[in-house]
Design a protein around this ligand. Sequence first.
Ligand code: API
Length: 279
Amino acid sequence: MGLPFTKMQGLGNDFVVLDGITRPLDVDASLVRALADRRHGVGCDQVLLVEPSTRPGADYRYRIWNADGGEVEHCGNGVRCAARLLHHKGLIDGAVVCFETAGGLARVELLAPPRVAVDMGPAVLEPARIPFDAPARAPLYPLEVAGSDYAIGAASMGNPHAVLPVTDLDNAPVARLGPAIEAHPRFPARCNAGFMQIIDRGHIRLRVYERGVGETPACGTGACAAVVVGVVNDWLDHRVRVDLPGGELVIDWEGEGQSVMMTGPAERVFEGSYLTDKA
Ligand SMILES: N[C@H](CCC[C@H](N)C(=O)O)C(=O)O
């Protein structure tokens, strides 16, 4: 008997989505790594599990694991895909659904397909809550990485992000610096490393080396974190077009204490059954 799943993607950030609603499902790191394996398994950046909600105000709970098997707090592209899938299955009344995640609540609205809008909740800038080791909160932090000194922004969207401004994104040292920032000791839970090029006050280009995965075509929480860092440093206005290698997200943030709003696509790719018994 195989494990049914739905393959989905948002700007090429791809997911194996599991149904924990019809019946409870035990997901562990080894199953995640097997599913995520692009040669021996299905292949994905993250595995998502949608379950009945456990808290008032939420319609469903959704959990996220990176391809390395680590469970994490939030996934922006993933929450759009989870909402699109529930709507397709007739499990949402109307066009709005609220998910509880380990990183907080996410209110999702299905727009004209394939677009989906998400209230990602507030950004967290207090170093201890990112978590990031720093003596005090600052718009930028000095960080020594691989023997050189950089200035990074740091924020959490439920999950930790470092944001490094660059002037030439196409030639940014993502493969070299990404892993070093991801595993930097000042990020005790590791982090997602964003490389941001400012085009103008309403437009950035972004590449993200994701915690537990590597560089992905798009990172929703990374786009949110990059815009937050840009607004905090007065480099950006409140509505920003974020060009990622996989496509465009639109992020709106009115400032401290306000939710970060994200709009982008979410698409089903195929339904399948993972044959866990290899015999
Ligand atoms: N790699 C992230 C989780 C997935 C985030 C990303 N796929 C998104 O769309 O936000 C982390 O370890 O926090």
